[in-house]
Structure formats: structure tokens, C-alpha cells
Design a protein around this ligand. Sequence first.
Ligand SMILES: [Zn+2]
Ligand SMILES: [Zn+2]
Length: 357
Amino acid sequence: MQLSAWVVQHVARPMAPESRTESPGPGEVIVRVAGCGVCHTDLGFFYDGVPTRHGLPLTLGHEISGVVAEAGAGAEPWLGREVVVPAVLPCGECPACRAGRGQICPKQIFPGSDVHGGFATHVRLPARGLCPVPNLGDPAVNPAGIALADLSVVADAISTPYQAIVRSGLGPGDVAVFVGAGGVGGFGIQVAAAFGAHVAAIDVNRERLTQMASHGAALTLDPAAIDVKEMRKQVRAFADARGVPSWRVKIFETSGTSQGQATAFSLLGHGGYLSVVGYTPQSVELRLSNLMAFDATAQGNWGCLPEHYPAIVDLVLNGRIALAPFIERRPLATINDVFAELHAGGVLRRLVLIPES
Ligand SMILES: [Zn+2]
Ligand SMILES: [Zn+2]
């Protein structure tokens, strides 16, 4: 298969399109990319020189949806299937995978870091772990007519907070607080609301808060307007008004900033739970003994196990998670401009790159 892919040769230097020939090995497939979302992590690789595991030159992109165009030995049943590609593909066979800890599988494949990713017409991947998409042409399955390309954001922006929420044990009537309402946090807010939680959103961007107020957030707080003490008070009052004790308040750090992490930690109460979903290379000073004094829990979250994906696709197709107001399609050929735009900041939507057909 002859494919065209955008390749990073050097950190922060414009990507250029390149022709490559790929054929699927045993257990592998070639996916024709329908869409590939651009993530904060891609910007880290590209601008900050965060090392990819494969090294450069490399094609980035780990938020992929598409159609299986070629299948290697043993992967033939995937041929022609529409799929979402999980951003983390565990091997399924190592001791970690067998223990149900595929997130830390040492042989996991993260497209756009371990292997060439989805900013291309096609991508070669292991078939194991792919999420089959139900028939999008069937109005009973897909009443809103959601396009396969748009489902790419399931691969990371939705699935990562989804797994964090599942792990937190968040249930109906609990309180979920999201510190950061951007790509990942915004979808997290919708997922938590779909789980029946009362959701609070904290973000420095007013526009984002306004948008989340009509997509699941019952309380919105701007840390530029109030200090941490006041934020604590308001979150406490929000939970009290709903009869929710501190041990049923789950905090999700989705800003990926050191300020956000400090804020999230300071919101922990007795028996509280903190999920660290966002990433920053910066460190932050915390009094870790609060965990001891409050008998509280802090947990990190990496990616999302493939087994959760079908339920997430269902939430999107059922309209429980809105995509349209939160994403924007751009031609793949504009990738360098898109990266520059995201790097400059202020983009409110998840940008999805679409290869020219
Ligand atoms: Zn990502
Ligand atoms: Zn494994």
C-alpha cells in the first residue's frame, strides 16, 4: 500500500508530506484514516521535544478513526470494518495485560510515538484492541448522523477521562469536579453527567465555562475571579446542597497545569478522591500528608483499556456525549498551520485533521 504521511524530521520544524509503502504483517491491519484529532501530547512532541519512543523522523497522531483497508494473516475479519483506534493498544498477552493492567503493558503500542501515527492517509497498526464501529448508516444506530471522522476524538479525548471516571467509582448522585474544561476535561464533564453525577467545572476560560454550563456542568468556577479558599467553599456548598458527603466528591485534574494540580489537590476533603488525568512536565509543591490526614486517595490514569471503547462509542451515538459543538474539522494538508494555531492557544475546539479523499 502506497500512503502519504506528514513526517516530523526535527523538533519544531515544519512537517512535510512523504510517500511510504507499508504492508500489514501477521495480526496487523492498514487503516485508511477518516480523521485524526490533534492532542496536547502531539504539541509536546513537536514543540517541546518530548521524546517519542520511536524517535524521529516520525508521523504523529494517536486519535484515529478509519476503515480497515488491508489485513495481514489472522486479521482478515477486520477487512472493510469501520474502527476507532484506541490511543493505547496493549499487547494482551504479557503479565500486566493478563492481570487486567493493560494501561501499563510494557509492549503497548501508542500510535504516533511507538509507531507512525494517524496524520497520514493510512496507518499500519496491530488489529488487537481496535474498536469496531456499528453501522453508522443505520438511523436506528446513529440518529444524529455522526461521521466516522468525528468519532476519532473517542480515541483519546473522550476515552481517557472515561476510564478515569470508571476507576474513580463515580456513581449517580456523586459530585464530580473537573479542574480544566478543555478537550479532555470538557468531554469528562459530559461523561460524568451521563453517569448521573452532579458536575462542577473549573476553568480560567469563561467561554469554555459558559459552554460546559449547557453540557453537564451545574456549577462553573473561574479561578481568575476567586481564590482557592473561596473555591473550596463553593464546591463544599454545592455538595452540601445536594446532600453529598466529602467521600463522594471525586476531583479530576484535567488542566495539565501545575496551578490546576495545586487547585485540585486543595479541593480534597475527608475520604476524597483525586484523579490525575492531565499532564505537565512542571512540578508542584503539595502537602502529601493531607492524603493521610483525610484518608484520601490520589490516582493517576494513563489512556483507556480497549474493552471500554464500545460503551463510549454508544454514549456518543446515543447523544449522551455531544461532539459537534466541541470539535472542528480541518484538512490534513493544513497540519502545520493547525499546530501553530493550537500552540498559540485560545482554540476552544478539538481540531480533527481530515486527509483529502
Ligand atoms: Zn492524546
Ligand atoms: Zn501487554
